[in-house]
Design a protein around this ligand. Structure first.
Ligand code: GSH
Length: 212
């Protein structure tokens, strides 16, 4: 039996499929060759039905042989400690992977997700457009100069940054060829394609159960 269990929702509507963040954890496990199982909490009543495990009523959360945690970024860093594929062992490489992982969450996604939500009601030129545009432009400049964010090779930082940047609305906001090539390159990795396909299959199978 697998020690690692990734928790996601038992079903979601079409829109978020392929983007639910259990995918980040599946992808990391696939990259690192870690065995894992996937378990679910019900979509219905999700705001309150698993607050003991995820205090915001969200997914994913992770059980690693009894060690339990939430927040996809924290779970990724936990998984990355298990494999040099994800996290370099040398101090400088590790520092770079850490700084870019946190930067994906705290400098890019912190702006991109609120911009994206506002876009639905106010359009792309909402009050956060300049801020998100500036952050994405800085990332574009970095990616124009190198293939990977940290340590000169793929790391957990690329997994997370690519997942943040691959949102179609964000890809479609402005012209950033280096970022586009980066997202295409990182999401063409076999580990991403498997994790993505597995998530789609998981929710597709749930349609049949829900229809009964
Ligand atoms: N900061 C959290 C965000 C998790 C999150 O946004 N989860 C979404 C799925 S991708 C969710 O559970 N949404 C259901 C809801 O908020 O009701 C993380 O990265 O783990």
């Amino acid at each position: 039996m697998s020690e690692l269990t990734i928790y996601t929702l038992d079903w979601v509507p079409e829109g978020p499929r392929g983007f639910v963040r259990d995918l980040r954890l599946r992808w990391a496990c696939e990259e690192a060759g870690l065995d894992y199982a996937v378990a679910t909490v019900p979509f219905d009543d999700r705001q309150t039905n698993h607050l003991d495990r995820q205090p915001f009523g969200q997914v994913p959360y992770l059980d690693d042989g009894g060690v339990q945690m939430f927040e996809s970024g924290a779970c990724l860093l936990h998984l990355a400690r298990k494999s040099e594929v994800l996290m370099p062992c040398d101090p400088q490489g590790e520092a770079e992977a850490l700084e870019w992982t946190i930067s994906a969450l705290n400098s890019v996604e912190m702006v991109s997700v609120p911009w994206w939500f506002l876009k639905m009601s106010q359009g792309p030129d909402n009050g956060l457009a300049d801020w998100v545009g500036s952050r994405l432009a800085h990332v574009e400049q970095v990616l124009g100069e190198r293939e990977w964010l940290a340590a000169g090779r793929f790391t957990v930082a690329d997994l997370l940054m690519a997942d943040v940047l691959r949102i179609p609305d964000i890809r479609g906001f402005g012209n950033r060829p280096a970022t586009e090539a980066y997202v295409a390159r990182v999401t063409d990795r076999p580990a991403f394609r498997k994790a993505h396909a597995d998530q789609l299959a998981h929710f597709e199978a749930a349609d049949a159960v829900r229809a009964k």
